[in-house]
Design a protein around this ligand. Structure first.
Ligand code: GDP
Ligand code: MG
Length: 312
């Protein structure tokens, strides 16, 4: 979209963190707002491991969304510790916080997120997601009442990230709480992540969706080859698992499961890159990496020393 006469318009810009316990629909909401898949989703908790920026620029505002890995209760594993640290750090660097909850229940883990959110130095909007699951809309009222009694949320907005219901209303509310400011990113940029990264994430999404509970969340994907040719992109990716038994499960009988993962991933990658893709997947074993902070950092988890959105 062209920003004509943009210097006559008072522009708002700022960062919005999307927080909430795992599985409430944070990534789905971000994809819905951006109308493009930049954050992967699945019915398994801990699907989102990396902080992903989603940038939406309109004539009046640039909203920069930060999808965080969920806040976790257990901090025993190195992976969870890093994810928690990332989520908490994010809370202190943004203008608006969207605290996302499931419309059906508010559980202890939501309470934990709520307590963390209270320490944030930002306007907090409560997003009650998955309202499509509630048949009797009256059931929402007590929840709304109870939460507005908390006198803490700037707004409470029920939405369905899946169907898109009320998401535009939510976006309008968000803009009200963004400070005046200039665009930090070019108007056509929608994420801070490279195509390479998004491709690895798509493969991981298909993997998580294909596998039942048997595959641990420690599985990761590394892009080994990414070549843009005239007619197609040649991509090779390694799926890292921790044990031979997991490797066999991912490959499946006669390689059928891996083939299916590759097929589904290719469809989404072609949509993302707007080109034909030749995708090769390998499964390799690397023991114990998910419990080793250093090897996690080397695969791009956590922040390392630098802040990933340091323009602020
Ligand atoms: P996250 O862990 O908070 O990022 O959650 P995800 O975005 O990965 O979503 C978790 C699951 O909830 C997925 O299976 C989504 O399809 C589902 N989901 C997300 N939003 C909605 C919604 O508005 N309605 C329904 N029925 N399901 C949703
Ligand atoms: Mg997510």
């Amino acid at each position: 979209m062209k920003l004509s006469n943009w210097d006559e318009i008072i522009m708002r810009s700022g960062y919005i963190a999307i927080v909430g316990r795992p599985n409430v629909g944070k990534s789905t909401l971000l994809n819905r707002i951006l109308q493009q898949k930049i954050s992967i989703t699945s019915s398994k908790p801990q699907t989102t491991r990396h902080r992903v920026l989603g940038i939406k620029t309109s004539v009046e505002a640039q909203a920069i969304y930060v999808d965080t890995p969920g806040l976790h209760k257990a901090e025993k594993k190195a992976m969870n510790r890093i994810m928690n640290r990332t989520a908490v750090k994010t809370l202190n660097e943004v203008d608006v916080v969207l605290m996302v909850v499931d419309s059906i229940i508010w559980i202890e883990e939501d309470e934990l997120v709520y307590l963390r959110t209270k320490q944030a130095n930002a306007s907090v909007i409560l997003v009650i997601n998955k309202i499509d699951k509630i048949k009797d809309k009256e059931r929402l009222l007590p929840i709304l009442q109870q939460k507005s009694d908390l006198n803490f949320f700037k707004q409470i907005v029920p939405v369905s990230a899946k169907s898109g219901k009320q998401v535009e209303q939510l976006e309008r509310e968000i803009l009200k709480f963004l400070p005046e400011g200039i665009a930090y990113y070019p108007e056509d940029q929608i994420t801070d992540r490279s195509s390479r990264f998004l491709v690895a994430e798509i493969v991981r999404e298909k993997l998580m969706r294909q596998m039942g509970q048997e595959i641990p969340y420690s599985t990761t994907v590394e892009i080994e080859q990414f070549e843009e040719e005239e007619k197609l992109n040649r991509i090779a990716a390694i799926i890292w698992v921790e044990r031979d038994s997991q490797k066999n499960m991912v490959i499946g009988k006669q390689g059928l499961r891996l083939k299916e993962i590759g097929k589904q991933a290719r469809v989404d990658i072609e949509k993302l890159l707007h080109t034909k893709v030749y995708l090769q997947l390998w499964v390799k074993v690397k023991e114990g990496w998910s419990d080793n902070e250093r090897s996690l950092q080397s695969l791009g988890y956590g922040d390392g020393a630098k802040s990933e959105f340091g323009d602020k």
